[in-house]
Design a protein around this ligand. Structure first.
Ligand SMILES: [Zn+2]
Length: 229
């Protein structure tokens, strides 16, 4: 049986993981499994598991690693016959999740080849990028703009979204101190995860995230070409 490729995108907040996976879905026909969406779907179905998740989230608790992994497993079971390439979004978030996930692959149910795509951008570039970021307040749109003249991403009319006409504003937590704290937490989890991926032999490759998203997609396609995705 031909091995399917599974992609794990890693990278700090603001490195463009979300935008790159959206492009992979719309332009390259990949599928994306988001644990956030799986949780929302389960809650909407009103199952016992859904009620449990709903309760945990509402009381500000984390959904247990085993439960998250079980939902991802069930999602793959439903998609067995589908040959599309899959991107994992927001998962694995911890080494424990990565271990459970790896066990699930190794038990042979899913013949996967895992490739980790590491979006690399240094902390100061992220602080600069996020603190000059403006986001469209329309929840359906959420277009991103930048006050940094180098980025050439200002809306045509100040404060108004080019796409939907919604209000464009800075996010409250996009200030340097808060961004640095988010980065600190990110690094705490990212390094042990990367160690784990290297240890179990996943292929890891770096993508320069300090370039426009279109160029990033281009580099991604070139680098992954030899992997016969
Ligand atoms: Zn908008």
């Amino acid at each position: 049986m031909k091995k399917r490729t599974l992609l794990i995108f890693t990278g700090p907040p603001g490195s463009g993981k979300g935008s790159l996976s959206q492009l992979c879905v719309s332009k390259l026909g990949f599928k994306q499994v988001s644990t956030g969406n799986l949780c929302r779907q389960e809650i909407a179905k009103g199952t016992q598991t859904g009620e449990k998740i709903d309760f945990l989230i509402k009381s500000g608790k984390l959904v247990p690693d085993g439960l998250i992994t079980q939902m991802v497993y069930d999602w793959f079971l439903e998609q067995l016959d589908d040959g599309a390439l899959v991107i994992l979004d927001g998962y694995p978030r911890t080494v424990r999740q990565a271990e459970l996930f790896h066990k699930m692959i190794l038990d042979g149910t899913f013949p996967f080849r895992v490739v980790v795509v590491q979006l690399a951008l240094d902390d100061e570039a992220i602080v600069k990028r996020l603190s000059s970021r403006f986001v469209c307040q329309n929840k359906q749109c959420q277009a991103i703009y930048s006050a940094n003249p180098d980025a050439n991403m200002m809306p045509e009319k100040e404060g108004i979204c080019d796409t939907c006409g919604g209000e464009v504003r800075r996010r409250k937590d996009d200030v340097p101190e808060v961004i640095r704290e988010r980065l600190r937490i990110y690094h705490q989890h990212a390094h042990p995860l990367l160690d784990f991926y290297n240890r179990v032999g996943y292929r890891v490759f770096k993508l320069d995230a300090d370039q426009p998203i279109k160029n990033m997609l281009h580099q991604f396609e070139q680098e992954t070409d030899g992997l016969a995705l």
